[in-house]
Structures are given as C-alpha cells and as structure tokens.
Design a protein around this ligand. Structure first.
Ligand SMILES: [Zn+2]
Length: 181
C-alpha cells in the first residue's frame, strides 16, 4: 500500500486495475502475467496495459523466462521497483519545495495589490508603474501578506519533514532488508 500512496502523491494516474496489480506486486517479488490475470479475474491484455504504463516510468520491470510446460513459450515475470518509486517521489517533493520557497520569497516582498485583485507587487514594481495596476489601470492598495507567508512557511516545513522521514525510512529498510525493500 505504501507504494500506491507514494504514486498517488506524485499525481500518477492509477486506475483500479493498476492499483490491484500494485497490491499483488507489493506482496509477491516476482509474478507472471498469467498469475496476475487469474488473481484479478481479468484478461492478460488488461494486466499488460497496467504493467506497461508502470514500466514506462520505471516503476516495474520484467524478466523473460521459459514456460516449464511449454518450452517454446516465454512467460514474463514482473517485479516492483520501490526504489524508483521513492526516487521519483523525492524528486517531486523537492520540486514542490522549491516552488513554495520561490512563492515565499515573492510573498515576503509583496507590499501592494491591484484594487481589483489582478496581482500583487513589491515596492519597486509599484513605484515603477506609479501605483497604478499595469494590467487594468486601477489603483493599488497596501497588502499584508503575513497570512500567506505563514501558510507557505508551514507547507515548506511539512515537505521538509516528509523528505526527512522518507530518508530515515530508507535507512531503516536498508539496514533490515538489503534487497527488494
Ligand atoms: Zn489590476
């Protein structure tokens, strides 16, 4: 379930089949398509569609093995790549963090706002346009952005905490399970 949550947090689109495929792969280290299709009560093609989508982002990978019963036949065994999922999640969170930090800087500098709400401006921008909104020509009013600043600071703290926690989790799993964690 952990991986599904991470994928949801990065905005990866998960249809019900993909979710169920992931649930099985979280429990079984190597599963073939036939088994997955049977377990989900669906067609191999449906399972493949879900797997290919996940593979495209590197979240799963496969190994080709000869079928024991039909030697001329290959079976594809799929494995979840939790490390890749975690890495993509971390990258996503870091981008979010940077975005918030930029917003924070902007909000901290904002002192004026267009009366009609087009945009906020820092002192120099306001002075340059002679305290008239460059978009709609309305006047400007002073603004207090302390609430926005506080919200952004809190969000930044939360993301930093999540990243710290994830790094700690990774250390712990690496200590207990050197592989396939
Ligand atoms: Zn305006």
């Amino acid at each position: 379930m952990r991986n599904i949550q991470l994928l949801e947090e990065i905005g990866f689109e998960l249809d019900p089949e993909t979710k169920r495929v992931l649930e099985i792969l979280e429990k079984e280290p190597e599963v073939n398509e036939k088994f997955l299709a049977q377990a989900l009560g669906t067609k191999i093609n449906t399972v493949r569609k879900a797997l290919y989508k996940l593979m495209h982002s590197g979240f799963v990978s496969y190994k080709k093995k000869r079928d024991k019963d039909k030697q001329w036949w290959y079976l594809y065994y799929w494995t979840l790549n939790p490390r890749r999922i975690k890495d993509v999640w971390v990258q996503h969170k870091k981008r979010e963090l940077k975005k918030r930090e930029t917003e924070l800087k902007t909000e901290q500098g904002n002192e004026f706002e267009c009366e009609r709400g087009c945009k906020k401006f820092d002192y120099n921008e306001a002075l340059e346009s002679e305290f008239k909104c460059p978009y709609c020509d309305s006047g400007m009013v002073e603004v207090d952005t302390s609430e926005e600043v506080e919200t952004l600071k809190k969000e930044i703290e939360e993301i930093e905490e999540e990243l710290k926690q994830k790094a700690k989790d990774a250390e712990d799993t690496e200590k207990t399970e050197p592989e396939n964690s």
